[in-house]
Ligand binder design. Structure first.
Ligand SMILES: [Zn+2]
Length: 205
C-alpha cells in the first residue's frame, strides 16, 4: 500500500471508531525530507468515504504538488509545524468526544497529567505505568498561522510530550512513522476516555 492508500484506510478506520466523524480530522505522513514532501488529506472530506485520490502531496510551504490537485486540509500549517519542530514522520489529528470534553474541562490549568495507567506504555519511550504524561491544551482558533506558531513554541519548550489538545476541538499526536502515530492515537484516545469516565465516577479524583 502506498502512503495515500494507507492514510485513506486509516481515516476510514478512525471514522468507524468515532474519532473523525463527518469531515473532522486530518492525517499526514512525510514522503520525503529534503526537500520536504508530505501526503495529507484534502479539506472537507467525509472520512467515512476517504480514498487514495483524496490525499494530496504538498511541499514544506503547504503548496500542492502535481499531479495531485485540490485544497489541502485547513490545518496543514499545524502538520508542518509538528513535522518541522519534532521531526515527526506522520501527524494525526482526531476530534473525539473525550478529547473535546477534557480539553474544555482542563483549559484553566493549561493541560493535565495522565499517570499510573498501564496503557501509557504504548507511548514511544515509556517503559512503565509509573509515568506522568503531560498533555498540554491550547485555545482553539481559526487563525492557522497563529495556531501553528503557538504549536511550534509549545513543542520547542517541551519535547517529551506525545500529543496535545486544542480546546473543544481535538487531539494532535505524531510518530516517527504512520504506524507509530496511529498507535499514539489509539493509546491517547483510550487514556482520555479512561480519565474522563473515571472523573465522572468520582468527581474528587
Ligand atoms: Zn481539527
Amino acid at each position: 500500500m502506498n502512503a495515500s492508500e494507507q492514510l485513506a484506510e486509516l481515516g476510514r478506520d478512525f471514522h468507524r471508531r468515532g474519532w473523525a466523524l463527518g469531515t473532522s480530522g486530518n492525517f499526514s505522513t512525510v514522503i520525503e525530507r529534503d526537500p520536504l514532501r508530505i501526503a495529507i488529506t484534502a479539506s472537507s472530506l467525509d472520512k467515512s468515504r476517504l480514498s487514495a485520490e483524496h490525499i494530496l502531496e504538498i511541499d514544506g510551504h503547504g503548496k500542492v504538488l502535481p499531479p495531485t490537485h485540490g485544497t489541502p486540509s485547513a490545518e496543514t500549517l499545524l502538520h508542518l509545524a509538528i513535522v518541522r519542530t519534532v521531526g515527526a514522520g506522520a501527524v494525526l489529528h482526531t476530534h473525539s468526544v473525550w478529547s473535546t470534553i477534557l480539553s474544555d474541562y482542563y483549559i484553566g490549568q493549561g493541560g493535565f497529567f495522565i499517570e499510573g495507567y498501564e496503557m501509557l506504555k504504548g507511548l514511544e519511550g515509556v517503559r512503565t505505568h509509573d509515568h506522568r504524561e503531560w498533555l498540554p491544551i491550547i485555545e482553539n482558533s481559526q487563525d492557522m498561522e497563529a495556531l501553528s506558531a503557538e504549536t511550534h513554541l509549545m513543542l520547542e519548550a517541551d519535547s517529551n510530550i506525545h500529543g496535545f489538545l486544542i480546546r473543544r476541538h481535538g487531539l494532535y499526536t505524531w510518530g516517527k512513522d504512520l504506524s507509530e502515530a496511529a498507535r499514539h492515537v489509539e493509546i491517547l484516545e483510550f487514556l482520555l476516555e479512561s480519565v474522563g469516565r473515571r472523573h465522572m465516577m468520582e468527581p474528587q479524583y
